[in-house]
Design a protein around this ligand. Structure first.
Ligand code: P6P
Length: 338
């Protein structure tokens, strides 16, 4: 039986929803760029692409050579197609304006070109995360598009996805009608549908958090993790397992595949920051995918997808995954406010 290619999926599975051709084209272009990034990541030391640039990005994080290369691959793949009004990236302080020689389109593309890049040099899975928004106003006829165009709540996303560069390269995608996984057939050079309608189990016995930050957490998080560590003798009457890959794409993919709860809470190290992860190109796309797979995603108090962004690179606390556990930790935060 021949498998369904990404192209065929985008035509057949989205026909009923009349997905605009421009959006289908956008997804195909991003998928092609992810194949190119996968190829560069896989070269490792042989490609001379490991290590750092010796520069920092707008986040104040050391930029790896592959961070910059991946960013450039996504910009070059998308700027000429006429499907985008502008782009934004973790690696660029300002929005990327489509060069005047190219036509503008109806969509905005926001991405983390290589998430988890601190894992690259130790050969652990990394990924690309992307979010697609509709451009509120191509106003841009002549001038630059205002960054305000990107400041839309996650509920406005037209599509979201990630590529994970692991033992297999996979593309996981939602267009608002379920979550679908495509595995890269490296012999054919194309993504083929291998995971239809991915669902997150409502309950779990596995949590993901960076335990080394425990002394910095707020009480609701500390109390919740203590309950899980107490195992079947504690209030939750269940033994829990823990995983932390320190690559959001890999941790979320595991949760999408077998359940779990992922937490990156705010902590006392930088109390002025609401969290470490970025809302527009990490939390929102992953939250869209998780909710479409039957899971939940909050900042401890409300759905992440309903948060109104105030700036391009703003950060947010993230609790996502199996619905039962996300509801529990969210309730603990709300109760702590009373
Ligand atoms: P820590 C990677 O840098 C990242 O943005 C996410 O992919 C990951 O979940 C998190 O940060 C890891 O953070 O503090 O554990 O290194």
């Amino acid at each position: 039986m021949s498998r369904t290619s990404l192209s065929r999926f985008l035509i057949e599975q989205t026909r009923a929803r009349q997905t605009p051709a421009e959006l289908r084209f956008l997804i195909e272009v991003v998928a092609r760029a992810c194949k190119m990034i996968s190829h560069q990541v896989a070269k490792g030391a042989l490609g001379g692409v490991l290590g750092s640039m010796g520069t920092e990005n707008v986040q104040g994080e050391v930029q790896k050579k592959l961070d910059i290369l991946s960013n450039e691959i996504l910009l070059e793949a998308n700027e000429w197609g006429g499907h985008l009004a502008a782009m934004a990236s973790e690696e660029m302080e300002k929005a990327y304006q489509i060069p005047g020689k190219y036509p503008k389109g109806s969509y905005l593309l926001v991405f983390d070109p290589l998430d988890g890049s601190s894992n690259i040099d130790v050969n652990v899975s990394v990924g690309t995360i992307f979010s697609v928004l509709r451009c509120p106003d191509k106003n841009a006829a002549g001038g630059d598009l205002s960054e305000d165009a990107f400041l839309q709540p996650g509920t406005e996303q037209a599509a979201a996805g990630y590529a994970i560069y692991g033992p297999q390269t996979m593309l996981v995608l939602t267009l608002g009608d379920g979550v679908y996984g495509f595995t890269l057939d490296s012999e054919m050079g194309s993504f083929v549908l291998t995971h239809e309608n991915m669902r997150i189990p409502e309950t779990t016995a596995e949590f993901a958090i960076n335990m080394s930050n425990m002394r910095h957490w707020e009480a609701p998080v500390k109390g919740y993790v203590d309950q899980m560590l107490a195992g079947e003798t504690g209030e939750l009457k269940k033994n829990y397992n823990m995983r932390w890959i320190a690559s959001m794409v890999a941790d979320v993919h595991r949760i999408l595949t077998r359940g779990g709860v992922f937490m990156y809470p705010r902590d006392a190290r930088e109390p002025e920051k609401p969290g470490k992860l970025r809302l527009l190109y990490e939390a929102n796309p992953m939250s869209f995918i998780v909710e479409q797979a039957g899971g939940a995603s909050t900042n401890g108090y409300q759905r992440i997808l309903e948060v109104q962004p105030q700036s391009l690179h703003e950060r947010i606390a993230v609790f996502l995954g199996s619905k039962e556990e996300v509801k529990r930790i969210t309730q603990y935060h709300i109760d702590a406010q009373k």
